[in-house]
Write a protein that binds this ligand. Sequence first.
Ligand code: NAG
Ligand code: NAG
Ligand code: NAG
Ligand code: NAG
Length: 501
Amino acid sequence: MITSYFPKYVALFAICVLCVGALDTFIAAVYEHAVILPNRTETPVSKEEALLLMNKNIDVLENAVKLAARQGAHIIVTPEDGIYGWVFTRETIYPYLEDIPDPEVNWIPCTDPQRFGYTPVQQRLSCLAKDNSIYVVANIGDKKPCNASDPQCPPDGRYQYNTDVVFDSEGRLVARYHKYNLFAPEIQFDFPKDSESVTFETPFGKFGIFTCFDIFSHTPAVVVVDEFQVDSVLYPVAWYNTLPLLSAVPFHSAWARAMRVNLLAANTHNTSMHMTGSGIYAPEAVKVYHYDMETESGQLMLSELKSRPRSEPTYPAAVDWSAYARSVKPFSSEQSNFPGMIYFDELTFIELKRNTGNYTVCQKDLCCHLTYKMSEKRTDEVYALGAFDGLHTVEGQYYLQICTLLKCQISDLRTCGEPVGSAFTKLEEFSLSGTFATRYVFPQIILSGSQLAPERYYEVLRDGRLRSRSRTPLPVLVLALYGRVFDKDPPRLGQGPRRLE
Ligand SMILES: *[C@@H]1O[C@H](CO)[C@@H](O)[C@H](O)[C@H]1NC(C)=O
Ligand SMILES: *[C@@H]1O[C@H](CO)[C@@H](O)[C@H](O)[C@H]1NC(C)=O
Ligand SMILES: *[C@@H]1O[C@H](CO)[C@@H](O)[C@H](O)[C@H]1NC(C)=O
Ligand SMILES: *[C@@H]1O[C@H](CO)[C@@H](O)[C@H](O)[C@H]1NC(C)=O
């Protein structure tokens, strides 16, 4: 009798663990951190000095973790390079690195600190998670010795990886992700040989993780969302804003909207480097964001998110980004096109000469349509509609299709595409669409002062139009549909440091 009851008992127990543990919503926290930088990075420091500096940063992060936990947060994300800064060579980053084991080893550094050698940073992060019962996400450096038996082993006998780690609320290492798409200046780190899609389950949904420049990628960024079907993405960044199209908050929130996933983005804070802009983004809305070019302080943000947005009735429908644009005839115009540069890419532009109108501008296979109405056509501000269809090749290689309406820097048309911070012209109505050859298009609206447009003022229709919803006039700096065409990418986005052989 006992044996026949036993399996039932086990099954019942398992079901109850799931129903008691599972949460419909959770509280997410991100911390924008003003990193305390090392005094010197051109020559190597001792391990002790490196640890002293890292502990100063962890002291600040510790306050944020405690504050977040006290407010009920289940998970907190801290930024890329948040523990030691960003300007290093291979040699000068070395004293900051620790050997980070594969999470499969099932390790709680806080309670078993000696198990994998000297790992004081992992121990401290693990204790922060355990003592405050909160998942902690941080970015640190991993080192892995190698030797001549591996032909790719660097001459100094080790691989060095830009690495995200996650400790669960018991302090256990549950995720380790080596940044796959390094950004060009990251000469201190190696590209991992293979891409890894790092995901893990929690009582509040399935998580994926990647870092900064990875957001431009198919692997791992699109893969964790579309193939691994995660609910939320953890996203440490050290992102410097470049208007018009690559500012952290508009770009990251557009990605979350288009990919229909929660995104927890934590940026470093350094105004002279234009590093600011963190937020918590849900598929249907920006929950909270922070952008501050005035002070040098860090900032904690919290917001409640759905644990499994895919199974919610409010989950947004997929967008067919070219449906509308392919169904209409191009608008004709007697005006001539002119070229303009955005972040080393040459767009084809057309000037908006009147306060209302319809325009089409094309480049290669992409045509962008705009219908708009301004409150008035100011003589001191010039707006242009631009199209780009091509391979971007500076600081990484990736294929783009972009439709954008933007304010030119001054009334000279040669400044269209250059960064500009404020606008007085107000748009009452707009509708922007393009004949995109991709399912991955990120819609952005940036207002004067680099502010996001509140969602009630616009909508993304299922036929791919980015359209005004109310007649409230908005001081628009940039409207953009930023498309990524992954089939036309080279194998890797990043251009690594070339090693002489
Ligand atoms: C950096 O230099 C300052 C001033 O000399 C000193 O107070 C500080 O401890 C140094 N920081 C580190 C991490 O060595
Ligand atoms: C170095 O190579 C030997 C075989 O030649 C191997 O047994 C050893 O594990 C290697 N060490 C490392 C750190 O890869
Ligand atoms: C910001 O970063 C720059 C470049 O790394 C550095 O020189 C500067 O000291 C940093 N500012 C602050 C406030 O840390
Ligand atoms: C723009 O096109 C729409 C139809 O698509 C038309 O109703 C409207 O009058 C046009 N506006 C201008 C200013 O040409």
